[in-house]
Design a protein around this ligand. Structure first.
Ligand SMILES: Nc1nc2c(c(=O)[nH]1)N[C@@H](CN(C=O)c1ccc(C(=O)N[C@@H](CCC(=O)O)C(=O)O)cc1)CN2
Ligand SMILES: [Mg+2]
Length: 284
């Protein structure tokens, strides 16, 4: 039977480690501050932003919440980011995505100072990830590496297949796996024989964005499956990109949805806030 990779438990361990570290920093007079910006009131975004604020409160990070109306202009948002970039008491800035359609997401990501970009989305941080320099790593893929390592799943030399090529998950995921000496394949909508490619995977990262897309036809016996998808059905029940019931007897380990990758995104955001203080000390 498959081993369930418990993202809730592992994310709690990471938050507890950070809580201890932050208490030590506070004793030395260092406070960590995260500015969280939400534009509009998309219900899912409100849940994630609420969970980020709760995580900050739990581990001892000061959070500044900016809840802006849907009608906020790109210029108004850029002005707020500029103000936060210049505030010495703010270590991290994040703008919850997606932003409303009238705001250009790329302009927003690029406006955040790279040393405060705790989401790791700024091109400078993406470049640093590729070249192996210091910088912030996108939270979801960073969390997946932690899930694998803390579950004692070896990555070195493994065949890893990442399905999805977003800037936030797929691309940084592939680079992180490469950094761990995996053999990495990225698949996308133009990939021929997706089933055959996925069947080669020792570790399959499913980030295609389609509910229960991956059934047993895509999985090699004994594979480790990481499910990045989050979907809600008509009954408001959550599921991932993987048809877990169908693959359960085939895989050696799998992340559940909910309670797998999702909670790690927030734990790694907290990690990046602590990392922000370190990076700002050495590079500012
Ligand atoms: N600025 C950012 N925007 C977005 C990011 C991000 O990393 N930075 N990622 C996602 C949303 N996200 C965090 O912001 C996120 C998504 C899901 C979860 C999570 O814990 N999911 C739970 C289920 C929760 C539920 O919906 O009931 C789970 O999988 O167990 C946390 C964070 C897009 N935007
Ligand atoms: Mg993320």
């Amino acid at each position: 039977m498959a081993f369930l990779i418990d993202g809730k438990k592992i994310s709690s361990q990471i938050k507890d480690e950070l809580k201890t570290e932050i208490a030590e920093m506070k004793k030395k007079g260092t406070e960590v501050t995260l500015a969280v910006i939400q534009v509009g009131n998309d219900p899912a975004s409100s849940v994630y932003v609420g969970n980020k604020k709760k995580a900050c409160a739990y581990i001892g990070i000061r959070s500044l919440a900016y809840e802006l109306p849907e009608s906020t202009t790109e210029m108004e948002l850029l002005t707020l980011i500029d103000e936060l970039n210049n505030r010495k008491d703010v270590n991290g800035i994040l703008v919850q995505l997606p932003v409303p359609a009238h705001i250009n997401e790329k302009h927003i990501i690029e406006a955040i100072h790279p040393l405060k970009d705790v989401d790791g989305f700024h091109p400078r941080n993406v470049g640093a990830l590729v070249t192996g320099e210091d910088g912030f790593v996108s939270c979801t893929p960073a969390g997946i590496i932690q899930l694998l390592k803390r579950s004692n799943i070896d990555i070195d030399g493994k065949e890893c297949v990442v399905v999805g090529r977003s800037n936030i998950v797929g691309k940084p995921m592939a680079i992180l796996l490469l950094r761990e000496n995996a053999t990495v394949t990225i698949c996308h909508s133009h990939t021929k024989d997706l089933k055959e490619v996925c069947k080669r995977a020792d570790i399959l990262v499913a980030a295609i964005g389609k509910p229960k897309f991956f059934n047993r036809d895509y999985i090699k016996e004994g594979a480790v499956v990481i499910d990045v998808g989050i979907h809600r059905n008509e009954q408001n029940k959550l599921c991932g990109d993987v048809d877990r019931d169908d693959v359960m007897d085939l895989v050696s380990a799998i992340t559940p949805v909910p309670g797998g990758v999702g909670p790690m995104t927030i734990a790694m955001l907290m990690y990046n806030c602590v990392e922000a203080v370190r990076l700002q000390k050495t590079e500012r």
